[in-house]
Design a protein around this ligand. Structure first.
Ligand code: CA
Length: 296
């Protein structure tokens, strides 16, 4: 297997996050937006200064995405909200799962049309009681998918016609036909089957070659897969077990930023991975696009 890893993996922020997740590169500011779900925090990390700005949103926050208006949209245990970066205040938009107090929102991203996708999970993670939702430009949400257990990675192909999706316990990456005009999905099929023994597929990013980088929970690595063949084609190892999500960033778009977790690890296990919960970076021989921004 030829590696396209161009530098050692570096821990750029030893944040000791409980459940670090959902990184997004903000190309204009050259910063990384990310969350610590279980600490109810949205973070903004500046790789230049290594400063990390933190917003406490007051409830478990599954993901944070940039909006075209310069604020941040979040999906949380209380549904969708808008975080004002100047005041730190959250304006709540809608909670499509207000009738499901045992659920919270998890991973999410804006799509190529600027609509905000986010999925949910039941806290017990033991039944398909979650769903996948889309918040449109009018700030109205609709449910796009039922029967989700742990909603996680999302990515869109370079031509915007395919959406990739991970519901972690399925151990699969599925693809849908994606219509950018309406953000509707159809024709679900499986493109990658993750074998046992390499961890669980979590967050995901796509590179300029159309390959998928999947953070592996309890896998000590991010794996690169070809969704056209279903084969794993590369691997970058990390010094932490719970690799949760990744995004492309850096001025040349050739760095991968990765989040990680310490949650539910006992003291002895944590002692063996002192950088768990950190934010990591590795330079690659391939580039990836910046995130789409929410339009509403
Ligand atoms: Ca996740």
């Amino acid at each position: 297997m030829s590696s396209i890893q161009q530098s050692p993996v570096e821990c750029v922020y030893e944040g000791r996050a409980q459940l670090g997740e959902g990184p997004s590169w903000l190309p204009h500011e050259k910063k990384v937006l990310w969350v610590d779900i279980e600490k109810s925090l949205v973070h903004l990390f500046d790789p230049q200064t290594r400063a990390n700005q933190t917003f406490d949103v007051g409830c478990h926050v599954g993901c944070a995405v940039p909006s075209r208006r310069g604020d941040v949209l979040i999906a949380t245990a209380k549904g969708f909200g808008q975080l004002n970066r100047s005041s730190g205040q959250v304006t709540w938009i809608t909670n499509p799962e207000s009738h499901l107090p045992g659920n919270r929102f998890n991973d999410g991203k804006a799509d190529p049309a600027g609509r905000f996708w986010a999925g949910s999970l039941p806290y017990a993670e033991d039944s398909p009681a979650g769903g996948l939702y889309v918040l449109d430009e009018r700030r109205v949400s609709r449910k796009a998918l039922n029967d989700v257990t742990i909603s996680n990675g999302l990515a869109w192909s370079g031509d915007h016609r395919t959406m990739y999706y991970i519901d972690t316990p399925t151990m699969r990456v599925d693809a849908f036909d994606f219509d950018p005009a309406t953000s509707s999905i159809s024709n679900r099929r499986t493109v990658i089957r993750v074998p046992e023994g390499v961890g669980y597929p979590d967050g995901m990013a796509i590179d300029d070659e159309g390959m998928l980088w999947v953070g592996m929970w309890d896998g000590w690595a991010v794996l690169r897969w070809d969704p056209r063949t279903g084969r794993q084609i590369d691997k970058v190892e990390l010094p932490v077990a719970r690799v949760t999500a990744c995004c492309f960033g850096g001025e040349n778009r050739d760095e991968l930023y990765l989040t990680s977790a310490t949650t539910r690890l006992d003291a002895a296990t944590l002692a063996k991975q002192p950088l768990a919960g950190g934010l990591f970076r590795v330079k690659l021989g391939v580039k990836g696009p910046p995130p789409f921004e929410y339009i509403g």
